[in-house]
Design a binder for this molecule. Sequence first.
Ligand code: 5RP
Length: 260
Amino acid sequence: MCLIVNKCFSVRGILKFRPVFLSTMSLEKAKQVAAYRAVDEFVTNNCVFGVGSGSTVVYAVQRLAEKVETENLKVTCIPTSFQAKQLIFKHNLTLGELDTNPILDVTIDGADEVDANMTLIKGGGGCLLQEKIVASCSKIMIVIADYTKDSKKLGERYKKGIPIEVIPMAYVPIKNKIVSVYGGDIKLRSAVAKAGPVVTDNGNFILDWLFTNQDLDWHNVSTAIKNIPGVVETGLFVNMCHKAYFGQPEGIVIERSASL
Ligand SMILES: O=C(CO)[C@H](O)[C@H](O)COP(=O)(O)O
């Protein structure tokens, strides 16, 4: 349920109060219900579990920790980022790595946008490279998201573009090549609490490609962009996600499956 607060405003010097719905409450609730549902359905004893990144995954790890504790489960967690590793430590979960666990049973991760074909934009939090590596090693990849991520076409709802992780020395030629072939605009992602660019967990830069054509073949586009020297990975996840859970503002969860 939404929290209602009174917003104060003045009409001809008389103070009046108007109710305001805080949509952030329903957004957090939506993330939580999606995350809890996915963990409840996919975490089993002795599983190797990929821990995604972002704010929705925080709820998934909370639920995982609860289940491990109350059901006395043994779960090995493979992180997709520095943030994911910190979450694993914070909840006293068992940390694994791909060297010793190269095949995962399931990865649960967030997404910035999911289209009707279950193609994803990921990397809003800058963790796309490790997220894609871990998802590619998983038998099943599950997305957990709030209702704002559910789209018909990529770019319909997520307006920050497709993240592309690049080797720093090559960011200008890469940017020029992508724009000359596909159009749109590309921004070097800037850090918030530091002057200069975002540097990823892998020491690279992130370009955000604000594409204009929503009808591109995303598999071909991702492959072509990856072929540009200096591109490390794209935030396009094509044919990787098996199922998505979209939490709704009223607390229900809508599921969508892909036939991979
Ligand atoms: O891809 C990601 C980070 O690189 C995240 O999964 C994506 O940005 C969604 O995050 P949130 O759950 O905070 O909306």
